[in-house]
Ligand binder design. Structure first.
Ligand SMILES: C[S@@+](CC[C@H](N)C(=O)[O-])C[C@H]1O[C@@H](n2cnc3c(N)ncnc32)[C@H](O)[C@@H]1O
Length: 293
């Protein structure tokens, strides 16, 4: 037995009606688990990941120890219509591998994002420590970079600003605001994992001016100098009344997460009044807006 390897039967074009039979058969022969390989897509309306329904799907069956080679032949005799292959795969620590690829980089103006397990480079003027866990927001995504750029612009002319970061993920934009001199930052998210990670990063960064919150926007009253939201466009549209209400007159609303192919629809659905668009920034297929009240 090689504990660094596991074995996988990959079976294609399985009919829904056969799924249970195949799974039972596999468990009878020492399988430790099965998984459907489902096609999926991200739903831009509500941030959910929707699986696409389909009649035929691919099935993975996992074995911790090498299965009897006879088993593949038996499968072919019983289910001749579904192509099967047996693969030996390396057991990997995906998190450790991913960590190797996440390096310090400058987000803006000498402010560096530094993974919590590495050292800050000598040229960094200020550091934001990051352990992203499973939350969104290492700073490498275009939507984050766009939001960071527009947030930086807004804060340079607003020292001591009060900032609201909606959909904070790892907390990255909140900590950027703090490093750039914001006096009081509220960062919210609906995902409990994001809230947990953001709180951890808050400690890593010795943050004293950022509060991570699960309060919904409609329960908030006091307006902010700057509101930033990097969420997919459908959510920005759904939240627009509160996002706009929570900006002080003279304040700035930053919206990121708009896909170019959905920009036309976003323009008709997000009513900018009483704001004026000050900046439309783009990177790759992503667009972001900075609006002033
Ligand atoms: C694209 S990530 C942005 C993370 C980080 N702010 C950044 O810029 O890298 C969007 C985040 O919004 C959160 N989110 C989705 N719907 C939300 C809602 N209705 N209210 C608040 N947060 C939401 C998600 O859980 C996710 O963490």
């Amino acid at each position: 037995v090689n504990s660094n390897k596991y074995f996988r039967f990959n079976i294609k074009n399985v009919e829904r009606a056969q799924e249970d039979l195949i799974a039972l058969w596999a468990f009878d022969h020492g399988a430790s688990g099965t998984a459907e390989v489902l096609p999926f897509q991200q739903n831009p309306e509500d941030y959910s990941v929707a699986t696409l329904s389909s009649e035929l799907f691919h099935l993975d069956i996992f074995f911790e120890q090498a299965p009897d080679p006879e088993l593949v032949f038996e499968f072919r005799r019983r289910w001749p219509l579904f192509p099967i292959e047996c693969l030996a795969e390396e057991n990997r620590d995906w998190m450790a591998e991913w960590k190797k690829g996440f390096h310090p980089f400058e987000l803006m103006d000498g402010i560096w994002i530094v993974p919590s397990w590495t050292k800050p480079p000598p040229q960094s003027r200020q550091v934001i420590w990051m352990d992203p866990g499973m939350a969104f927001g290492t700073g490498t995504h275009e939507t984050t970079k766009l939001a960071a750029r527009l947030l930086g612009e807004a804060l340079r002319s607003r020292p001591g600003a009060r900032v609201l970061d909606v959909g904070t993920g790892t907390g990255i934009l909140a900590f950027l605001a703090e490093r750039m001199g914001a006096s009081d930052i509220i960062a919210t998210d609906v995902d409990p994992e994001a809230v947990r990670v953001a709180n951890e990063n808050r400690e890593l960064n010795h943050s004293v001016r950022t509060r991570i919150s699960t309060d919904s926007l409609d329960s908030m009253q006091e307006p902010f100098d700057v509101v930033v939201a990097n969420i997919i466009d459908g959510v920005l549209v759904a939240l627009q009344t509160d996002l706009k209400r929570l900006v002080k007159p003279g304040g700035v609303l930053i919206l990121s997460g708009i896909l170019d192919e959905r920009l036309a629809g976003f323009r008709t659905r997000f009513l900018t009044s009483p704001f004026q668009i000050r900046n439309e920034a783009d990177m790759g297929e992503w667009r972001a807006w900075s609006l002033e009240k």
